[in-house]
Design a protein around this ligand. Sequence first.
Ligand SMILES: C[C@](O)(CO)[C@H](O)COP(=O)(O)OP(=O)(O)OC[C@H]1O[C@@H](n2ccc(N)nc2=O)[C@H](O)[C@@H]1O
Ligand SMILES: Nc1ncnc2c1ncn2[C@@H]1O[C@H](COP(=O)(O)OP(=O)(O)OP(=O)(O)O)[C@@H](O)[C@H]1O
Length: 298
Amino acid sequence: MTISETGLSGWAPAKVNLYLHVGPPKSNGRHDLDSLVVFADGRAADHLQAEPADTISLEVSGPRAAEAGTLEDNLVLKAARALQAASGTRQGARLTLQKWLPVAAGIGGGSSDAATALRLLTKLWDIDPAHAAAIAPRLGGDVPVALSGQPALMRGEGERVTPVPSLPPLDALLVNPGVPCPTGPVFRAHDEAGGGAGFAEIHPLPEFQDAKAVAAWLHEQRNDLEAPAIAMVPEIAEALTFLRAQPGVLLARMSGSGATCLALFEAIAFAERAMVVLRNDAARKHWWTAACRLGRAP
Ligand SMILES: C[C@](O)(CO)[C@H](O)COP(=O)(O)OP(=O)(O)OC[C@H]1O[C@@H](n2ccc(N)nc2=O)[C@H](O)[C@@H]1O
Ligand SMILES: Nc1ncnc2c1ncn2[C@@H]1O[C@H](COP(=O)(O)OP(=O)(O)OP(=O)(O)O)[C@@H](O)[C@H]1O
């Protein structure tokens, strides 16, 4: 978080599910999850600014602004209004969101924006952080973990968050093949394919020496939504095939409900090299790519 004379600002980084185990559908139609979540640095992030004002307002700019939907539906506005109501403050804020992350992409951009709004406004309004923690789960499944801003195990529908502060930093490339992949239909396809037999929650997480050890262990885990998402968006398989063929790659997997895929590399130079290859490929110029470090939120 940066404090200036006019207000506060901060990154809203991409959320990455290093593994994602999905349980059977519950009576509310939703699913319990078990997931190891990490955050990107400022190279794969939206950016939010909050300035003091009498009322709450939001302006969205940046290359992905049009895809993020209407202002009224924006999770930043919903988060700000919910926090104002929960805390009883009469203060407002002028919010400015720069939208860089692809939308409906499995990297929780909307949830991350909402969590950053909660963090900035808690500080700007000088209110009890417990109000933000209390409303976070209602705003979206990834909002509680994004509010923690740390590598964490995420359980239930996202409301149970256990920080994993000792996870080594991971050099990665994120790749989105440019096709939106809405979460609901992917969960439905997962159920229709007979998925979600159940899972045993992983506890405790092993201690890892380095990124290689993390990747070796992750090979034994899964993203249960990867196969149903590939059936809907075949470009995900193409992205994974590309990533698995790159020098220095340790692991490639889809994040969340897709279509963004992550690859862990031995060093950031390998991730940057793979990014350049993709950006120079005429057939894949529309793909979104970001070489970054995964770990704590910036
Ligand atoms: C899959 C993850 O990306 C993992 O990090 C998140 O848990 C998604 O959480 P989310 O943003 O809260 O998802 P939403 O956009 O609210 O969910 C859209 C739809 O996905 C399905 N959904 C979502 C989360 C969940 N735990 N079980 C579900 O069945 C529901 O049909 C829901 O209506
Ligand atoms: N600030 C925001 N940024 C992006 N999308 C937003 C925002 N606020 C609301 N939305 C709406 O939320 C929907 C999901 O967007 P988001 O990019 O968060 O999905 P996602 O990356 O698939 O999330 P998840 O990984 O949690 O499934 C979009 O269809 C969009 O209309």
